[in-house]
Ligand binder design. Structure first.
Ligand SMILES: [Zn+2]
Length: 139
């Protein structure tokens, strides 16, 4: 049995999250948008936190935004990721915050307020995404 980082990354699968991973497989970053009041929500959930409606549809995001906050994960090892692993909370251009990995980016280059873009990747055979810096520097 290998280290956890060598094992396949298996995303959570349930009726709230499946649309998100299906979107990644089509290179689309999706959030839920309420069918009643229009509020967006992320992470996914069964009901709108604003109006409690169960009606929703997937809404694609542009994939661009700015880093609102971030942390660097060191331990424990995570399947499909190298450590240290920067993880960012991004204020997306659509005014919704989303958490995402920034694997491949030097943590010392990450700054709050830095612009990011989204890259769709294959992570050990599973469609995934990562945020990358776009402030004139290459990840
Ligand atoms: Zn609502």
């Amino acid at each position: 049995m290998g280290e956890p980082k060598d094992q396949p990354f298996k995303p959570l699968s349930n009726r709230d999250f499946d649309f998100f991973y299906e979107g990644l497989a089509q290179s689309r970053l999706l959030v839920q948008q309420c069918g009643e009041c229009g509020a967006m929500r992320c992470p996914p959930g069964p009901a709108c936190p604003e109006c409690h409606s169960f009606s929703w549809s997937p809404r694609p995001l542009s994939g661009t935004g700015v880093i609102y906050s971030y942390t660097v994960h060191h331990h424990p090892a995570l399947a499909g990721f190298e450590t240290p692993l920067p993880v960012a909370l991004v204020e997306m251009d659509e005014s919704i915050r989303m958490v995402g990995p920034m694997d491949g980016t030097d943590p010392t280059r990450i700054r709050i307020g830095a612009k990011i873009d989204t890259r769709f990747i294959d992570r050990n055979g599973v469609a995934g995404y990562r945020f990358v810096l776009t402030d004139g520097a290459r990840p």
